[in-house]
Design a protein around this ligand. Structure first.
Ligand code: AMP
Length: 287
């Protein structure tokens, strides 16, 4: 039987009881509308600890005022059907009111890492993420937590947060899970227009093109960046938020590709009802 909790206090009491029994918890934080990427994180979590907890919370504080909070896809029953097939002991799915009660006023902010890439166009995003993840860690008290490399800046922010605040959680990254045609899986893909799939595929295609050029010896990121922009803009309805070559740890931009360089992409494409913001990333050189 899988337990489902809405109340933070009940979740916390359950976790405390598991801890007293000598069990170890691995947490998978999500915003729901599960796809194979989420499920693979849950399977990874089951390898790390004997008890897996999944949190499902579309966290309003990590969305800016004109972002897609209202359009974010949700289907709790479908998600529960999927998660019941995995080795998941409990789901924590609070409401915003339960997470941010009257008088709430604390914020956790990872200063520098939160300003680059997604942070430049989404100024409140990573403070929202860092704060909610800190709360989730305190409520669930996991030994380990699994995050996808698709959101690699989020992963970097959380690694920094845990190191800086001495939070006793092992942070585990999991590789990007893709559709057969290369599209990185995302809950937001449900809002894509199938007729416009080629535009959505331009991110992973640009990554492949970049790798091919780098393999031919083109390592100047200015030149590679022009090629990436040309490719993505060749599809109607695309608007690049950023296409940046960054150091995989500091997230600072680099001029020449080396073994640590990641191409990070965020692109708006035309969807069924308004623009959909997609992200993708990967190392440029083979690992
Ligand atoms: P989300 O529900 O989109 O906030 O994602 C919850 C977790 O799943 C985050 O750690 C994401 O990085 C991860 N995730 C989302 N999509 C993928 C994917 N295609 N491959 C691997 N991890 C993913």
């Amino acid at each position: 039987m899988m337990d489902i909790f809405q109340q933070p206090e009940e979740m916390q009491a359950w976790s405390k009881a598991r801890f007293r029994e000598g069990r170890t918890i691995a947490l998978v934080p999500t915003m729901g509308f599960f796809h194979e990427g989420h499920l693979s994180l849950m399977r990874r979590a089951a390898e790390l600890c004997d008890t897996v907890v999944v949190s499902l919370f579309v966290n309003p504080t990590q969305f800016g005022p004109n972002e897609d909070l209202d359009r974010y896809p949700r289907d709790f029953e479908r998600d529960m059907d999927l998660v019941r097939k995995e080795s998941v002991a409990a789901v924590f799915s609070p409401t915003p009111e339960l997470m941010y009660g009257a008088g709430f006023q604390t914020e956790v902010r990872v200063a520098r890492l939160s300003t680059y890439l997604c942070g430049a166009s989404r100024p409140v995003h990573f403070a929202g993420v860092a704060t909610v993840v800190t709360k989730l860690f305190n409520i669930v008290r996991p030994e380990a937590a699994v995050f996808g490399e698709k959101d690699f800046q989020q992963l970097a922010v959380i690694r920094r947060l845990v190191a800086d605040l001495n939070i006793p959680v092992e942070i585990v990254g999991h590789p990007i899970v893709r559709e057969a045609d290369g599209l990185a899986m995302s809950s937001r893909n449900a809002n894509l227009d199938p007729a416009n799939r080629a535009a959505a595929l331009s991110l992973s295609a640009a990554l492949q093109l970049t790798r091919a050029e780098a393999a031919r010896g083109v390592l100047a990121t200015a030149e590679l960046g022009r090629m990436v922009a040309r490719h993505i803009h060749s599809f109607a309805g695309t608007a690049i938020d950023y296409a940046s070559f960054v150091d995989g740890e500091s997230l600072e931009e680099v001029e020449t590709v080396d073994a640590r360089t990641i191409l990070a992409l965020a692109v708006h494409v035309d969807g069924k009802a308004g623009k959909v913001r997609l992200i993708d990333n990967g190392f440029v050189l083979p690992r």
